[in-house]
Design a protein around this ligand. Structure first.
Ligand code: ADP
Ligand code: MG
Length: 284
């Protein structure tokens, strides 16, 4: 795992071309862990499923009055990304007892992002959409985590182009690992084509997340881990075990750190954060 400690902020895309591979779970829980370490963190919800927004307290981001979302920023020239940034919450927005999570911010997602690919197709300089939006705000953050949709379309190309690092979140398994080569090809393509525009991200980490599948757990998980290590060596980050606390914490709209502070999955994301070279900041 390459540590780019000198880069401020570190802009990191959480990718995989399929859904259900742990991207959103990892973006929000890693983000919360880094915020707890003392970094100022921005989670960008670029997926029309809006799972990162839901997990950080905003169940219906499109319904908030007078509030911009990432879709407005994408489609309206005059709307700045800063207008779509809200504090991350522990608990549902508007409910009694819900608290703001210190140091953690969110670019609100939008269900309308399902139209993003179509919009981008007819936009000049489309691949640069997220890089351009991030430019004026990135200096305010130490870490930006982009939660990508489960595709490799223009939204994701824009995310990779805007990033310093790309993490592939995958379920352990032969088929899933094979799918990783498609992400690697996309990353290379972005670098080759847009190097002059600043594209420089490499695959910097492979994060195995044991999301529930119909297949049996134990043997598949062990084989998958071994295969990943053989192929990707040091890029393989500490794995995230299967835990019922993950869907439960999502349902309560509370990140693991506050939902189950001493739990296994919480400690797994702590290990991931450390594996990426982050540590608790003592002074600023
Ligand atoms: N380690 C885990 N253990 C159990 N369930 C998990 C785990 N990681 C993710 N999940 C669940 O699996 C589903 C897919 O995860 P998610 O992070 O939304 O994937 P993606 O963003 O790649 O589509 C969600 O319902 C989530 O709560
Ligand atoms: Mg997701």
């Amino acid at each position: 795992m390459t540590v780019q400690a000198d880069l401020v902020p570190r802009i990191i895309s959480m990718t995989n071309q399929v859904g259900g591979s742990g991207k959103s779970t990892s973006a929000v829980n890693l983000g919360a862990q880094l915020a707890d370490f003392g970094y100022t963190v921005l989670v960008v919800d670029a997926d029309d499923q809006c799972d990162a927004s839901v997990a950080l307290g905003y169940e219906y981001p499109d319904d908030l009055p007078d509030q911009k979302t990432i879709y407005h920023c994408l489609t309206e020239k005059e709307t700045k990304l800063s207008e779509a940034i809200v504090p991350a919450l522990c608990g549902p927005h508007g409910e009694e007892g819900t608290k703001v999570i210190d140091n953690l911010f969110l670019v609100l997602g939008s269900g309308e992002m399902e139209n993003a690919e179509q919009h981008l197709t007819t936009t000049m300089g489309r691949e640069l959409w997220l890089k351009n939006l991030l430019e004026p705000v990135k200096g305010d953050f130490d870490v930006v985590l982009i939660d990508c949709p489960g595709s490799l379309g223009l939204v994701v190309i824009g995310a990779i182009l805007a990033s310093d690092e790309v993490i592939a979140c995958i379920k352990p398994g032969y088929k899933e690992l094979r799918g990783l080569t498609r992400i690697e090809q996309k990353i290379e393509m972005v670098k080759d084509t847009f190097g002059a525009n600043g594209a420089h991200a490499d695959l910097s980490g492979v994060l195995l997340v044991d999301v529930p599948t119909h297949r049996s757990q134990g043997a598949v998980w062990d084989d998958g881990k071994k295969m990943a290590q053989e192929t990707y060596g040091d890029l393989v980050l500490p794995a995230v075990r299967r835990s019922t606390k993950i869907p439960e914490s999502y349902a309560h709209q509370k990140v693991l750190l506050y939902f189950d502070r001493a739990g296994e999955a919480t400690s797994d994301y702590l290990a991931v954060a450390k594996g990426m070279g982050f540590k608790r900041l003592t002074k600023r």
